[in-house]
Design a protein around this ligand. Structure first.
Ligand code: FE2
Length: 308
């Protein structure tokens, strides 16, 4: 595997924090993590000089901490886990510039209409759409109806559509734009880092990738879904969800295992860590408040063999 050269600051910073005993640690320095999360800030095209603050930062940070715990539990070497954590921190970079109101309007409208809102769901209904052209296909079909529903269809709306339905293309663009800054920060980008970021929406891109890359990709999917299912703010803004439950989160992971997106090994490691309490703090933070005694009992019972 290619990793950031040893001369690079990323490695100094990793070495310094390697001794962390946090069950879900940050293996890179806090200052590097903060600098990476700043890449989620996006210049507002409608208001020159204004930055749209990265909405997904806390989700990305919490996800990356859980990812480090799971990857370490699975036996990946520390330097690889630290590099993986960089990819995890940036996994939603394609969503920078998210306009909460407009994004929410478009996607709750689509949901109400029963229109697929994720790339995989879109292709299941529209196999004729070529990969990378989902945004265009969506707008070709629904621009008229969107306007009728009072939702403007302009370049800004197009970006909001692409953030969800055309996420691979937008992520690739944002990563390209971030490359100079990443180089300044001493992060050398390896192709496998992009692959693990794309796995959830484009699993076919990992065909032929080494087993360890595929496993890290699964770890990212599992952890980001666990976080997203417990993230209260995201639930309100993205999914029109009224409440979060751990049972639903773990049921979704089980669904992904049955579908072959997640392997039993990755799910087991996640369950074991959850049972040991490694994620208690992170999940409470995602909820914006302490977990109830009932939910804590639920987590304690996650050990493999206890049933999902
Ligand atoms: Fe995510």
């Amino acid at each position: 595997m290619r990793r950031g050269g040893n001369r690079q600051p990323v490695h100094h910073r990793i070495a310094r924090v390697k001794t962390s005993h946090h069950p879900a640690p940050l293996l890179i320095s806090r200052s590097l993590a903060t600098a990476l999360l700043r890449l989620y800030d996006y210049p507002d095209p409608r208001q020159p000089g204004r930055l749209i603050r990265g909405y997904d930062r806390p989700h990305a940070l919490r996800t990356s901490r859980m990812c480090a715990a799971v990857a370490t539990r699975l036996g990946h070497p520390p330097a690889r886990v630290a590099t993986f954590q960089v990819a995890c921190l940036l996994h939603d970079l394609g969503r920078s510039g998210l306009d909460r109101r407009l994004f929410g309007k478009i996607w709750s409208w689509a949901r109400r209409q029963g229109i697929p809102t994720r790339p995989r769901e879109w292709w299941a209904v529209h196999p004729e759409t070529s990969k990378g052209r989902e945004t265009e296909a969506f707008l070709a079909l629904y621009a008229v109806e969107l306007r009728k529903a009072g939702i403007p269809v302009d370049d800004w709306s197009r970006e909001q559509v692409e953030m969800r339905l055309g996420s691979a293309r937008r992520l690739a663009r944002r990563l390209r734009e971030a490359k100079p800054r990443l180089a300044e920060l001493g992060v050398r980008w390896a192709p496998w880092m992009s692959l693990v970021m794309l796995y959830y929406y484009y699993p076919e891109r990992l065909k032929g990738a080494p087993g360890w890359v595929r496993q890290l990709a699964e770890v990212l999917v599992a952890c980001e879904q666990l976080e997203a299912y417990n993230n209260r703010q995201r639930g309100r803004d993205y999914y029109a969800r009224r409440r979060e439950t751990l049972a639903e989160a773990f049921a979704y992971l089980e669904k992904l295992r049955v579908e072959g997106i997640l392997s039993a090994m990755v799910v087991k490691a996640l369950h074991d860590l959850a049972a040991e309490g490694a994620f208690d703090r992170i999940l409470a933070e995602a909820r914006g408040g302490a977990l109830s005694p009932r939910e804590l009992r639920f987590l304690r019972g996650r050990g493999w063999g206890a049933g999902a």
